[in-house]
Design a binder for this molecule. Structure first.
Ligand code: ZN
Length: 239
């Protein structure tokens, strides 16, 4: 099965549309969404609507739970807090309830999904080092896991030592792997294009795809919404 794997959309509608087009072009048959549908950007309602219509296997990100009041604002910096408060005002009650009902970790088709780490999803920590990966490998009951949160596309492999790959096309082979598809709406690897992955679960091959979207218009929408200026400017540099 060919899965479209994506997350950290962060209310960026233009980026989400570009990724939806990209997944269609790649003829994906199923969708795995790693959370943080909202937060930071100015298109919360539209992004939640698209994801609810798509009905992927989806989990909660920290911003989703914060908007729904399941995670305290003290876990966020001031710009993120401003966006969470803005998003609460913007979303219909039904969407807020839907975000709050998302689970932290799910398994589908031999794949585990978690926003932060596999081993401690409720802490929303970054899975960035071999040690983070080691702790998550101990918890995994599937051969493949996908995580988000860091907004950096990277794949870790279990073993001695634990290794990682930043390649765009990665063959997992028989290895136990944790992969991050990067971020749709706020990339942080200095490539400002929207990021998603296609995972062929039969061949166990992952491909990272990057797609252009109208960043200038998106920055304008963030400014007009009265959101912090930095939340727009960082999109231009992908940081
Ligand atoms: Zn995020």
């Amino acid at each position: 099965m060919r899965y479209g794997v994506f997350g950290d959309i962060h209310s960026n509608l233009a980026a989400l549309r570009a990724v939806m087009d990209g997944m269609r072009t790649q003829r994906v048959e199923g969708h795995l969404c790693l959370g943080d549908i909202v937060g930071y950007g100015a298109d919360a309602r539209e992004c939640v609507e698209i994801i609810r219509d798509l009905d992927p296997t989806v989990i909660a990100g920290n911003h989703d739970w914060a908007v729904a009041g399941r995670l305290g604002l003290e876990y966020f910096n001031t710009q993120a807090q401003a966006a969470i408060v803005w998003t609460r005002r913007e979303l219909p009650a039904d969407d807020i309830e839907w975000l709050g009902a998302l689970e932290l970790r799910r398994v589908r088709g031999g794949v585990t999904l978690s926003h932060g780490t596999v081993h401690d999803p409720q802490q929303f920590q970054y899975l960035q080092t071999p040690h983070d990966a080691f702790l998550s490998f101990q918890e995994m009951k599937t051969k493949t896991a996908f995580v988000g949160h860091s907004h950096i596309p990277v794949t870790f492999f279990d073993g001695l030592p634990i290794t990682y790959s930043l390649e765009q096309r990665i063959e997992f082979g028989d290895r136990i792997a944790i992969a991050n598809p990067g971020s749709v709406g706020q990339p942080r690897d200095e490539d400002p294009r929207a990021s998603f992955a296609v995972y062929d679960s039969d061949a166990r091959v992952l491909e990272i795809h990057r797609v252009e979207y109208d960043i200038g218009a998106t920055v304008g929408r963030i400014l007009r919404a009265g959101l912090p200026v930095l939340l727009g400017e960082r999109l231009r540099i992908g940081r």
